[in-house]
Ligand binder design. Structure first.
Ligand code: SF4
Length: 278
């Protein structure tokens, strides 16, 4: 069954086939899909940024996550029964010349797994997009779908696990399997000067990816905390500041564990560390 995209009206299957015309789809029907961890390592190692976006968006290396993302794309949430769901890995979103890289956790089941764009279409996306807009890093305070015109300026978002996991909890093996995509992204994003890690998993994934990419990471490993910072050093000697922030999950924002002021402070720390964005 095909259903219309909520903004463009173009009809799609759910999950969306690569190259079908979905807004922001970086892949086409010929993009090869990684079938296991070794494929992810091999494809990521030599990819440029466009190839990385395309290849990661069709990856099938984690059987449990492939099954879950596609099941969610069929069963859906009641409010979105009339829409197609992306149902594929969600690639990074934002400025290829970013100085601030936001490192989250994984796509939301009915947010990014539905819209195909990171932090888009759910409450978590509302929070981080509004904060980036207040900081001058997003052209709009809202993030609705992949055709809404939102752009990030000087900032980019990435998920260390690109497929939605059951209960939002990826296994250790799944985190390791997905890690080469993030490692390669760190190598390619030469302008990045700060990493804003949302939650402990984003923090740990940032440290691991930096280590894998040959960056100097302090020992013992810096501990995650809201407002915590650490200095990482790239192989070319450039310093990159890692900033910790509680995740913008609905659980954290609805309980007040993370307030808008706290989020703004963390974003401001990352922006200050990144230096001039223009
Ligand atoms: S989580 Fe990452 S490695 Fe696993 S299937 Fe999704 S994109 Fe591929």
């Amino acid at each position: 069954m095909t259903l219309p995209h909520p903004r463009t009206g173009q009809v799609f299957e759910s999950p969306v086939p690569p190259g079908a015309g979905w807004p922001g789809d970086p892949a086409d029907a010929a993009t090869p899909a990684a079938a296991g961890p070794a494929d992810v390592v091999a494809v990521a190692a030599s990819a440029d940024l466009d190839a990385l976006q395309a290849a990661s968006s069709v990856c099938r290396a984690c059987p449990r996550l492939v099954a879950w993302r596609e099941e969610v794309a069929v069963t859906k949430r009641r409010a979105y029964l009339g829409e197609p769901y992306w149902g594929r890995p969600v690639p990074s979103f934002g400025d290829p010349d970013a100085r601030v890289l936001v490192v989250g956790l994984a796509p939301g089941a009915h947010g990014a797994n539905r819209t195909g764009r990171l932090f888009t279409g759910d409450r978590s996306g509302d929070w981080i997009t509004a904060a980036l807009h207040r900081a001058g890093l997003a052209t709009s305070p809202t993030s609705t779908d992949g055709a809404d015109g939102l752009r990030l300026v000087g900032a980019r978002m990435v998920a260390p696990v690109r497929c939605v996991p059951p209960d939002n909890v990826p296994t250790t093996a799944e985190r390791h399997t997905c890690a080469p995509w993030l490692r390669r992204e760190l190598e390619l994003l030469r302008g990045v000067r700060s990493l804003l890690a949302l939650g402990g998993i984003g923090w740990a994934a940032s440290l691991a990816a930096a280590r894998d990419a040959g960056w100097v990471v302090p020992r013992p490993a810096p501990r995650f905390g809201h407002g915590a910072t650490a200095t990482l050093t790239r192989p070319d000697g450039v310093a990159v500041t890692l900033v910790g922030c509680y995740h913008v999950s609905q659980q954290n924002t609805s309980t007040g564990r993370l307030t808008a002021a706290m989020l703004d402070d963390a974003v401001a720390t990352a922006v200050l560390a990144a230096g001039p964005l223009a």
